[in-house]
Design a binder for this molecule. Structure first.
Ligand SMILES: [Zn+2]
Ligand SMILES: [Zn+2]
Length: 193
């Protein structure tokens, strides 16, 4: 092989090496991107179970499952807890929308990170579809006036409908109102013991 032949071989070799480097960099980028997306999903779910939201859950849990004859102090604490939870779901919905928008695959269901997030939050959303509606009703009864929350419930509604469309949450649940007889929530189970 002449000098020209060897330089052609060397040229092909360096091109192959350059392509391999690009492939490795691309694989590393995809792996890091995937890790970051799952981390975002995990952090969004963490927001539901830590800090002020965890404290708010204790109060709304009492409103959801217990008898409520609260005084004005209890009503104020209940309303704070109610809105704390709605705003938490608002942050989750915004984070989920951002993850979904940047999904490379998965169509309307999103990629693995979105599906991971949905699987983590589905039962919480189902629980609070009835729970927040019930808390809302009891707080309004105790306060003698309606709870004004038309904007605060919008994101929760988006989240609920997305999870219902994905088959992860029962279709009977509605936003801001318990559907009554058809509601699958545990709070309606009559104890037989
Ligand atoms: Zn219900
Ligand atoms: Zn319930």
């Amino acid at each position: 092989m002449g000098a020209n032949g060897w330089s052609a071989v060397a040229g092909v070799g360096s091109t192959v090496l350059a392509l391999a480097a690009v492939a490795i960099a691309l694989a590393a980028y995809r792996s890091e991107r995937r890790r970051a997306r799952f981390e975002s999903a995990r952090a969004l779910h963490d927001g539901l179970t830590t800090g002020e939201v965890a404290a708010a859950r204790a109060i709304t849990g009492y409103l959801h499952y217990g008898e409520f004859h609260g005084d004005s102090h209890d009503v104020t604490a209940g309303l704070n807890a109610y809105f704390t939870l709605l705003w938490c779901f608002e942050r989750i919905e915004a984070g989920r929308t951002a993850l979904l928008r940047d999904s490379f695959r998965g169509g309307a269901k999103g990629d693995g990170a979105v599906q991971y997030l949905d699987s983590l939050i589905a039962w919480h959303v189902a629980e609070y579809a009835c729970g927040l509606a019930t808390a809302r009703r009891k707080l309004a009864e105790a306060a003698g006036r309606n709870v004004s929350d038309p904007r605060s419930t919008v994101s929760f509604g988006h989240l609920l409908h997305a999870l219902q469309d994905g088959g992860l949450v029962d279709r009977s649940y509605q936003v801001a109102v318990c559907p009554g007889a058809t509601c699958p929530c545990d709070c309606h189970q009559v104890s037989t013991t």
